[in-house]
Design a protein around this ligand. Sequence first.
Ligand code: GLY
Length: 327
Amino acid sequence: MIVRKRAGPVAVASGNGSRAVEVAVAKMTGGSLPVDAAVAGVNLVEDDPNDTSVGYGGLPNADGVVELDSCVMDGPTHLAGAVAALRNIKNPSQVALKVMRRTDHVLLVGEGALRFARAHGFKEEDLLTERARKRWLRWQERLSEHDDWIEPGGNALPKKKAAGAKPDKDRKEERDPGTIHLSALDASGRLGACTTTSGLSFKIPGRVGDSPLIGCGLYVDNDIGSAGATGRGEAAILANGSHGVVENMRRGMGPEEACLEVLRRVDHYTRIQRLLDDKGRPAFQLTFYAVNKNGDYGAASIYPSRFVVCTGDGARKKRTRPLYESR
Ligand code: GLY
């Protein structure tokens, strides 16, 4: 269902962004650019030690080190900034903003991103909380085949798509590709967005997901709309998903349908056995969120999920439109 709404302010985010969308709308009402409002909103989640998918308290990589990814995009200037595999800085979204505003580049990674953050006075700190360390230790102790190294032949196609492998429950329970995305539209029709994450938990060190990649973890076109993703980053990258959502809106689709259409493509191209469940469907979750220039918003996911929206009267939780009704 498309919810008709007058243009901004509107902020739409993943389900962990209830406070973030309220802050973003308050900031835009106070005159902030949507991209700055989006960063201010997600900073709450980056700072929260209890959100194990973002910023401080995020689950670490396979070596037990927290590596963060984030990007921002500003509609009016059509500029973007991003950092990937950034260590020791709690708010990678703020560093991404600096990359956008204080360099001629779009993406800085690893040691270079950290040195850039230091140059701009960001404080370094240990981002691994006790809770995250214990989760990592438990995963290490039960490691067996539950990592991201694939044996030769491990990417085989199934004999028939419907005969996929049973999903690995241990892997599903313990691993987390959680993230926050926030797209914002202000009352003047300006758009901006931010995505930030600690990425897939226990990932191979140096792994970069969709969240810092423009067109994958988010995309903004100030003439059309803004979109972003959470969930399995590899699938969002292979689909160039957020760009696809915005392009679907350019062709006239509403935000929800635009998101769903990209997920249909993800479903179509998910072919290898280890990524399929026993019904031949994707054995992972992926969600897209979008807002268009008119202030219409929506979200869709492979399996049922929630998103949040704020138009000035408090955050409201809503159901995403699922590609499949149940797992
Ligand atoms: N979507 C977050 C990640 O895969 O890193």
